[in-house]
Ligand binder design. Structure first.
Ligand code: SF4
Length: 352
């Protein structure tokens, strides 16, 4: 597939670049109270360890804003403060070392307040995300999508008038189609990088599907520079789903891909258990091992179709009730017991 990415400006969040040809970055969000400094710093570092490149924290009062100063010393992750209603929290977090702020045009819109925040952001050289959300967008005439796009454009104009251009934009709706339409519309009207996401998606499975459909469709069109999957689930799940979306589209490689069959009446072993075992191992690998990350491992439930169905795999196993065939690039290389064949794959992964 030829992937043609929308041309966008580049902004910097800490050490991470968003836009241009920079890799599509993964964002996470803590689910702790930000003023609980130890819990928040631990969660930020945990999310960074599993692949979050930028982590957002909620700042809902002045204690949260003040906590950024100490949290900043406890992590080197790129940090974003999520600000609503009170512009002074934005200023406080910027002074305390935050790498980016998110402002919601639905609840911080006084021009003098924006002017003060922009002056502070300029002084500290940090970008601003214009974060439009369908739940808090100020409705203008027309559809929800049009109101969202207009809200973003109006805000961008205010920032540009203040000669501020370090902007990233998000347009999150809770419906997949509205989210896609809003980003598609705005993509034609500005060249600022986009932060993709769907809001209020729900629990793990439906949330993953909604996020994948919206974020995946937009990325496939070349729209999107950084993503955040939002789930009513553990913050780690949001990072894992983000990685799966980017890897499935071939945009980034984080870990070896597992090719496994759905199993059927021919399958004589507990393939689901074996696949989960190998997948857990694969997920725990350091994501920086790029050689290993580009590998494909096939785990097939029988020998009738196993090697043939997984010709593209670098290595694999086709299981029978008592025996397993190990193969490389679709060619059988030896027979082994079920246990030995699983150990063979695990060893290959450990070797890297
Ligand atoms: S590889 Fe074998 S067990 Fe798996 S789905 Fe195909 S026929 Fe069934």
């Amino acid at each position: 597939m030829e992937y043609k990415r929308r041309k966008t400006r580049i902004i910097k969040v800490g050490d991470i670049r968003i836009g241009g040809n920079s890799p599509i970055s993964i964002q996470g969000m803590t689910k702790t109270e930000t003023k609980d400094i130890t819990a928040t710093a631990n969660q930020i570092n945990r999310l960074k360890e599993i692949g979050a490149e930028i982590v957002r924290v909620a700042v809902k009062d002045i204690q949260d804003a003040k906590a950024i100063k100490i949290i900043r010393r406890k992590t080197d992750a790129a940090l974003v403060a999520d600000i609503h209603f009170n512009y002074q929290f934005a200023i406080e977090t910027i002074k305390n070392g935050i790498d980016k702020i998110r402002l919601n045009p639905g609840n911080i819109f006084d021009s003098n307040q924006i002017k003060e925040v922009v002056a502070c952001a300029k002084e500290h050289r940090i970008p601003i995300r214009v974060g439009v959300n369908s739940g808090s967008v100020r409705k203008t005439s027309g559809s929800l999508v049009n109101s969202m796009v207009k809200s973003a454009l109006d805000y961008i104009k205010i920032l540009e008038k203040l000669r501020f251009f370090d902007i990233v934009v998000s347009l999150k709706a809770s419906e997949v189609n509205d989210t896609i339409s809003a980003y598609e519309k705005l993509a034609k009207l500005c060249d600022y990088p986009f932060h993709l996401g769907v809001t209020a998606t729900g629990p793990l499975l439906p949330g993953t599907i909604k996020s994948t459909l919206a974020i995946g469709s937009l990325l496939e069109e070349g729209i999107g520079d950084t993503i955040r999957v939002s789930l009513t689930s553990r913050p780690e799940d949001e990072i894992m789903v983000s990685k799966e979306i980017l890897q499935s589209l071939g945009l980034r490689n984080f870990y070896p891909e597992i090719v496994s069959c759905p199993t059927c009446g021919r399958c004589q072993i507990d393939l689901i258990k074996i696949v989960n075992l190998i997948k857990n191992k694969v997920d725990a690998l350091p994501s920086r091992n790029s050689r290993l990350a580009s590998k494909k491992i096939a785990l097939m439930g029988c020998i009738v179709n196993g090697p043939g169905e997984a010709k593209q795999a670098d290595m694999g196993v086709a299981f029978t009730r008592n025996l397993a065939l190990l193969f490389k690039k679709g060619k059988v290389i030896k027979k082994a017991s079920q246990k030995d064949s699983i150990n063979f794959i695990l060893k290959q992964l450990e070797k890297g």
